[in-house]
Design a binder for this molecule. Structure first.
Ligand code: CTP
Ligand code: MG
Length: 234
């Protein structure tokens, strides 16, 4: 089986508020994007990588790709206005030989290669699969800063990436979603709308998305703490 990996890295990181586009903010010795490239390098089924970039980051991305040491082709392309646009553009660059496409946020630097493997395997079998974790907190609904209800969390999951799909299914889902008024924040939503099945694969709380300055501090602390112990995040 031949698998194409799309790493979406074209966002500006509005909520992070850093002068650099988010995927290019340094975590340890490397920009955030590097860590996802390293993980994908260890996913043996992946035969090509497509990375969506923000304007002006081609040279920086090239250097990062070289340092990550992938032995498969890596295409660097300009992203779109929304995440959904970036994925759709990347999909148009995917090799037609690929039967499965796995999409991952560069903003999740701590995804494990094994979770990619599990999503790819489940997508080949079922059509689609996402990494997700059960919601652990009690859920409150509020209005004007006041709790108005407590919602049962039974059966609720927080979706992560990687998310993997059969190639034709993901292309059809994005084609159907491109005219819709509200942009999807993940790919599974578009696939679900087609009525296709999406399997849940165990994600991890370590696979959090760096969204805010607090998330960035946590990510940097994790990398700093890990360095003396192993080379995982080197
Ligand atoms: N992304 C992308 N193209 C866009 C928007 C987002 O490739 N037009 C990517 C981001 O680079 C990120 C992932 O999608 O890796 C998840 O998006 P998010 O965490 O929302 O990142 P940003 O859009 O950069 O952040 P913000 O929403 O705070 O601006
Ligand atoms: Mg965003």
């Amino acid at each position: 089986m031949s698998v194409s990996a799309i790493i979406v890295a074209a966002g500006s990181g509005t909520r992070l508020g850093h002068p650099e586009p988010k995927a290019f903010v340094e975590l340890g010795a490397h920009p955030m994007l590097y860590y996802s490239l390293r993980t994908v390098r260890d996913v043996t089924a992946v035969t090509e990588v497509i990375v969506t970039l923000p304007p002006g980051k081609e040279a920086g991305a090239n250097l990062t790709v070289q340092r990550a040491g992938l032995r498969i082709p890596v295409k660097l392309i300009a992203g779109g206005a929304e995440r959904q646009d970036s994925v759709r553009i990347a999909l148009s660059m995917v090799n037609a030989d690929c039967s499965v496409v796995v999409v991952h946020d560069a903003a999740r630097p701590f995804a494990a290669a094994e979770v990619f493997d599990a999503c790819i395997e489940a997508a080949a079998r079922r059509g689609g699969a996402i990494a997700a974790i059960p919601v652990a907190d009690t859920l409150k609904e509020s209005a004007q800063g006041t709790v108005i209800a407590t919602r049962p969390r039974q059966g609720l999951f927080a979706a992560q990436t990687p998310q993997a799909f059969r190639r034709e299914l993901l292309i059809a889902a994005h084609a159907a979603g491109s005219g819709q008024p509200v942009a999807a924040t993940d790919d599974a939503f578009l696939v679900e709308r087609l009525g296709a099945q999406v399997e849940i694969v165990a994600g991890s709380s370590l696979n959090f998305k760096i969204t805010t300055p607090e998330d960035l501090r946590m990510a940097r602390a994790l990398i700093a703490a890990d360095r003396p112990l192993s080379c995982r995040f080197e």
